[in-house]
Design a binder for this molecule. Structure first.
Ligand code: GUN
Ligand code: ZN
Length: 446
């Protein structure tokens, strides 16, 4: 058993929209102990030091311990295209993103890139993500291999595209793509902590036949995830209307193919209507709101309250490389700004919940991650409240917990991270902090 002493914060329920108090939903336990068993699960959270059976104690008094962040939509091969100038979605894909993704046909590049990507997530306090690699089977394999090596709970699958993409980025045919998926599902789905997602890039890059195959895969096993993009950009929505003239809406293309279900994650959802939102609710599917991407690519302002009114689930995601940071604080701060532009106010509670417990529940993984409850896997990160004179002063002046957390979300990023633990094992240590058990694996292997 190991124990960490810090200020613990998590959620027991979804905070109500606009409620800055959120009594009964926010669980703040300052100066408490998180006790983790040898299997990497949370054994207890308590106000006093554990009496016995603890082989190591880490004292992080005055620092914030949160469940590991969950990024529900991000692209592993796009780290290198972050911050690419001057385009909206469709040109951005053609000019920057597709050329970068083509390189991942090389197994060496896919392996090294996947490791670099996951280590970057961990260096931002993110312990679980739903990830798009590339169309190449080898790239999905490399990503899931690297996730297994780090003990991370990842949701991912080979990207499906068989049209409107350049040479080297298209599936040969529907049958080959289906075989690749079936092989990868057998190898990775529910193996260790990995889960497979049928990954349709977006409607324009799949033929109706490929979409039907993806829907049949989902029907064959209800435990599979599905991830895609929907209604991100107005030119894209218009193009989908031309490609699928019989569909009622962009979302209806996916609904008709059998791709909407409780494990479906649809990124963006900016240009949806009320019927679409009702369809998402009825299917139990979620939208991954990607605010930094939506601002950077000029895609539009996501209507979060409309989703709440419809009873449909929302998580928050970086969408790197359309998004401009892997830091979930920056993502949440941008979410606040997008909602403010649309005349709404996003509380720190709704924001943090959406990146932890809310995302875990939307992914149907609430039994495993997202909270600091006994029995959950010990995926967590420890943060400094402040890392420079400006945010130190702001924290000093904060009058209540919501003000503290709101300022922290708005001002903090990966520079505030002390360390990241996955199943109780340290997988990232900030420079200058003791990585006391970073080498557990090496030690036990020696
Ligand atoms: N739509 C289709 N592919 C992509 C992608 O890679 N990023 C974003 N933001 N939107 C997409
Ligand atoms: Zn995306």
């Amino acid at each position: 058993m190991k124990a960490w002493r810090a200020d613990l914060l998590d959620f027991t329920a979804a905070p109500a929209w606009g409620d800055t108090v959120a009594a009964g939903a926010v669980r703040y336990r300052p100066d408490h102990w998180l006790v983790v068993d040898d299997a990497g699960r949370i054994a207890a959270v308590q106000p006093e030091a554990p009496a016995e059976g603890i082989e190591r104690v880490e004292d992080h008094r005055g620092q914030l311990l949160l469940p590991g962040f969950i990024d529900t939509h991000v692209h592993s091969p796009q780290i290198g295209v972050i911050a690419s100038y001057g385009t909206a979605l469709l040109d951005w894909l053609n000019d920057y993103t597709f050329p970068a993704e083509r390189a991942w046909a090389d197994p060496e590049i896919a392996a090294r890139g996947s490791e670099h990507f996951l280590d970057a997530l961990l260096a931002h306090g993110t312990t679980t993500a739903a990830v798009f690699p590339t169309v190449h089977k080898i790239a999905a394999d490399a990503l899931l291999t690297a996730a297994a090596a780090r003990g991370m709970a990842l949701v991912a699958g080979k990207v499906l595209m068989d049209r409107h993409a350049p040479d080297g980025l298209r599936d040969d045919d529907v049958a080959t793509a289906e075989r690749d998926c079936i092989d990868l599902i057998a190898r990775w789905h529910n193996r260790g902590r990995n889960r497979y997602a049928v990954t349709v890039r977006f409607a324009p890059t799949s033929t109706p036949e490929q979409l039907a195959m993806a829907g049949a895969l989902c029907r064959s096993d209800a435990s599979l995830y599905m991830q895609t993009h929907v209604a991100e950009n107005r030119d894209e929505v218009r193009w989908v209307g031309q490609l699928f003239p019989h569909a009622r809406s962009y979302l209806d293309v996916y609904a008709s193919a059998g791709l909407l279900h409780p494990r479906s994650i649809l990124a963006h959802g900016i240009w949806l209507d009320d019927d679409d939102r009702a369809a998402l609710r009825d299917a139990g599917a979620q939208v991954a709101f990607c605010p930094s991407s939506n601002l950077f690519l000029g895609s539009g302002l996501f209507d979060w309250p409309a989703m709440i009114a419809a009873g449909a689930a929302v998580s928050v995601a970086s969408d790197v490389g359309g998004g401009t940071s892997l830091a979930m604080q920056r993502t949440l701060a941008d979410a606040y700004k997008v909602q403010a532009l649309a005349g709404h106010r996003l509380t720190a509670w709704t924001a943090l919940h959406a990146a932890t417990r809310g995302a875990a529940e939307a992914l149907q993984l609430g039994h495993e991650i997202g909270t600091l409850e006994p029995g959950r896997v010990a995926d967590f990160a420890i943060w400094r409240w402040a890392a420079n004179p400006v945010d130190a002063e702001r924290q000093r002046l904060a009058r209540d917990l919501h003000e503290k957390l709101f300022a922290w979300i708005t001002l903090a990023d990966d520079r505030h991270l002390v360390g990241t633990w996955v199943a109780g094992q340290q997988r990232f240590a900030a420079a200058g902090t003791p990585a006391s058990d970073r080498n557990d694996n090496e030690r036990s292997a020696a």
